[in-house]
Design a protein around this ligand. Structure first.
Ligand SMILES: *Cc1c(COP(=O)(O)O)cnc(C)c1O
Length: 494
């Protein structure tokens, strides 16, 4: 299987080359030429481990990796770094099933893909005789940064540079990043928001002069953001796994439709669900949940994507995004895999901040449902589910739970539903605790951590214990227009 750019039909590469490059030329994204069919029976999948499921799914997409290479990557990724042998356990609360994707090293769902990406990348470099050191450039709204740092720290032949919005992440997210060890890691706060960080990184990717300078110094860039297909493919796995486990426990009949609700920012997680559905997994509605930055809700209701609006800082910072990069992969597809048509829309987005799809394209979005939750609704659902069941979810998951309630009310759809639970509540302790009781607001961060353990009866994760006393290592802060010079400084280029 080959991968083609969403902006240039002539740019075709193998899977390992797509992983290596991260982004296609002139800002396009790599997509598989066609979505493969899931050719393993549910009867077999039902009894597979997470790792076995991962192999069955990923081998269909990463066709130029050998069986041994891929199994090696999987074995090294999904191991004791995860604090639950299931890797992605399902927990029922009220009438929804929470797929907990936060049991990895940095307690957010980004670990699901970023535990394996470094292995996929190093393998790809070897397969393609790459001699340069690979520099991972990453923009983060909070969770990708730490997960990528943890994945790439001390990995030979790589360096990783992370840009995060200085005032746009949670206190725990920031502490996790700035305490990262490893000579090859570099963390920078920018005076700007996530969209500006992401745009800055994308610009460096498509700067051919910079690429030449890097090449001369023995470096080449790649990406750990979900624009890299090596992030997206591992995310398809857990939808297949969740369906099979629902079947195994009798929560579903074989073939019965299962809805998924996904708290969405850059549109990577929900796009993986869309790919899973297109592989033949019996998924019903794909429910796209946004916070107050509801650009996707507006898109699904009107057919117009418009980022010309105020950027709102919310209690779910990993979803504070107005330019959802992976939506481009969906646009390309509903445009009939037409790179020219997609390019036109993306050009309009770049120049005017908006674009409108045709009615014909809109018809193909029938399996999606979009809605959003306000800050009050998000806090209310955390409190309510806790009071009723004792289960405590994080703010991002709560956006999804609140949107699911709206969806049920609006449609009356009672199909079995899995909510992607994307972070541990410990990562957003302050917002979670004040949602439960406002009087927690005056207490210091780590006191709240201890209190959360009491309330939730869930042990404090290692990732949190680690940063309690860890020294701050990374202190660089820069302006948006200094990102490139900061990269050069760190790499000692000119
Ligand atoms: C990244 C992230 C999201 C958004 O996922 P996308 O793939 O960017 O849509 C949601 N919740 C959490 C906790 C995240 O870290």
């Amino acid at each position: 299987m080959l991968y083609v750019s969403t902006r240039n039909a002539d740019e075709k590469v193998t899977a390992s080359q797509a992983v290596l490059k991260g982004l296609a030329e002139n800002g396009g994204l790599f997509v598989p030429e066609q979505i493969p069919v899931l050719d393993v029976s549910m009867e077999r999948l039902k009894n597979m481990t997470y790792q076995e499921t991962a192999y069955e799914v990923m081998k269909l997409f990463l066709t130029d990796y050998t069986e041994e290479e891929l199994k090696n990557c999987i074995r090294n990724a999904y191991d004791e770094k995860f604090d639950d042998g299931e890797i992605a356990p399902l927990v029922k609360a009220q009438d929804a099933y929470y797929l907990e994707l936060f049991h990895g090293a940095t307690i957010a769902f980004k670990d699901m893909a970023l535990s394996i990406l470094p292995h996929l990348l190093i393998t790809a470099a070897r397969k393609n005789q790459v001699e340069n050191d690979i520099v991972i450039l990453t923009a983060t709204s909070g969770d990708t940064g730490k997960a990528a740092l943890a994945g790439f720290a001390k990995v030979k032949g790589t360096k990783i540079i992370v840009f995060y919005p200085k005032d746009g992440v949670s206190p725990i997210q920031e502490k996790q990043m700035v305490t990262q060890k490893g000579e090859n890691t570099f963390v920078v706060g920018i005076r700007g928001n996530f969209d500006q960080a992401q745009t800055g990184v994308k610009q460096m990717f498509s700067d051919s002069l910079l690429a030449k300078e890097m090449e001369e110094a023995g470096y080449q860039f790649s990406s750990a953001n979900s624009i890299n297909i090596g992030r997206l493919v591992p995310q398809i796995v857990y939808y297949v796994y969740a369906y099979a486990k629902m079947l195994k426990t009798g929560a579903l009949e074989n073939g019965e439709a299962m809805n998924v609700v996904v708290p969405t920012g850059n549109f990577g997680n929900i796009l993986a669900a869309f790919y899973a559905k297109n592989m033949g997994l019996p998924l019903g509605r794909l429910i796209c949940a946004s916070n107050e930055n509801k650009v996707l809700y507006d898109f699904f209701t009107t057919g117009t994507y418009d980022r010309n609006r105020e950027f709102i800082l919310t209690s779910s910072p990993s979803m504070d995004i107005l330019i959802s990069s992976n939506l481009e992969r969906l646009i390309y597809r509903i445009a009939g895999n037409d790179a020219g048509k997609n390019q036109e829309l993306m050009k309009s987005l770049q120049e005017t901040g908006r674009y409108t799809i045709t009615d014909e394209m809109k018809e193909q979005l029938a399996s999606f449902y979009g809605n959003y939750a306000s800050e009050e609704e998000t806090a209310a659902v955390i409190r309510e589910v806790y009071q009723e069941t004792g289960y405590i979810m994080d703010t991002h998951t709560a956006v999804a739970a609140a949107v699911y309630k709206k969806y049920q009310k609006e449609t009356g759809d009672r199909a079995r539903t899995v909510i992607a639970s994307t972070a541990s509540p410990y990562k957003f302790t302050r917002s979670v605790m004040t949602a439960i009781d406002e009087s927690y607001g005056s207490r210091p961060d780590f006191e709240l951590v201890d209190e959360l353990e009491v309330l939730s009866k869930v042990k404090i994760p290692r990732a949190i214990e680690e940063i309690r006393t860890a020294p701050v290592i990374h202190k660089t802060v820069c302006e948006v227009n200094e990102m490139q010079s900061v990269v050069k400084q760190f790499l000692n280029v000119k």
